[in-house]
Design a protein around this ligand. Structure first.
Ligand SMILES: [Zn+2]
Ligand SMILES: [Zn+2]
Length: 318
């Protein structure tokens, strides 16, 4: 749902945060988090692990502020950075708190703990300057479908469907030249903490990461999201948010059916397929929300989705 948040009072917030820090008892932390968020009326997804915490929650302003204060009072999370988006309502339907082996599933046996080894952090200003050098590789640390609706200008699209496919893809595509500076970026920064650390361990000499990820880059008053094209895919009901608030911005998403520019992702109406695909308003109507002719006549279909929220302008929604 695209809502104009550029004016008016916002009564809700969305918080995005992570911290890599040794946690002795991730199950106990998960229970505490569940109780705290239930009490405050927050919804969203929180993961705990022996390597730290990763969460994104939505809730009324007061509840979000109370959550941040509570977390900062815990010595383990005293320096945790919260990225904050204004909202008019919850962007999650429920609260999920889970214990995981890893905060982001990487499963690279040779990946070092993030607090021991990770790429050098670049501020948004440093990133903008560095990405315009012609000797650097800009590596998108996300999956293909996230790249397709928006990415940094000149970035490489890794052909991977999940994060754990990265080590193999990198060895095959970038392994030849380990001297060349690599700039990695992802949504909120957490994936690059691991990815850049693994790359250093794998022998890449100059590995950098965008501090705070794309989301922080889009909020930075000095860069205003410059050189970002399209939108940033997010894992909640908003689907994608605006990043580039300059006049120099392109739509890069292309309709799955006809190739026309679009920034709308839809799940295929066929319940068995459910393919998330970019679609333009005309094709969505013509195909009745299906990703293919065969899906159009599938026996089990989702109820029609809400009206097409197509926006071609660069109106900030974050
Ligand atoms: Zn189309
Ligand atoms: Zn389909």
């Amino acid at each position: 749902m695209s809502t104009d948040l550029s004016k008016g009072e916002h009564t809700f917030k969305v918080l995005l945060y992570y911290m890599f820090v040794p946690i002795d008892d991730p199950a106990m932390l998960a229970t505490e988090q569940h109780d705290l968020c239930s009490e405050l009326g927050l919804r969203g997804r929180i993961l705990t692990s022996k390597e730290g915490i990763n969460g994104t929650v939505s809730g009324p302003n007061d509840a979000c502020d109370a959550y941040v204060a509570h977390m900062h009072a815990d010595p383990r999370f005293a320096s945790m950075v919260f990225k904050v988006d204004p909202a008019n309502d919850h962007v999650f339907r429920k609260l999920f708190v889970r214990v995981k082996d890893e905060l982001v599933t990487f499963r690279a046996a040779d990946a070092p703990p993030v607090w021991e080894c990770t790429g050098q952090h670049l501020s948004p200003e440093e990133w903008l300057e560095m990405m315009q050098r012609d000797d650097v590789v800009i590596l998108d640390g996300r999956t293909g479908y996230e790249f397709d609706i928006g990415h940094f200008r000149g970035a490489i699209r890794p052909d991977v469907d999940s994060f754990r496919e990265f080590p193999e893809w990198i060895e095959n595509h970038l392994g030849e030249d380990k001297e060349r500076p690599i700039l990695t970026y992802c949504t909120g920064g957490i994936r690059c903490e691991k990815l850049s650390g693994w790359m250093l361990k794998a022998g890449f000499k100059n590995v950098y990461q965008l501090d705070g990820g794309i989301v922080s880059y889009g909020k930075d008053p000095n860069v205003l999201g410059a050189k970002w094209d399209g939108k940033c895919y997010v894992f909640d009901e908003r689907i994608a948010v605006d990043i580039n608030h300059t006049d120099d911005r392109k739509v890069v998403g292309r309709c799955h059916h006809c190739g026309a520019p679009t920034e709308t992702y839809r799940n295929c109406i066929n319940v068995e397929c459910n393919l998330q695909h970019l679609v333009c308003p005309e094709c969505e109507q013509r195909m009745e929300g299906a990703c293919s002719i065969s899906c159009q006549t599938a026996p089990r279909r989702h109820a029609p989705q809400h009206p097409h929220p197509y926006h071609s302008s660069a109106t900030p929604t974050t």
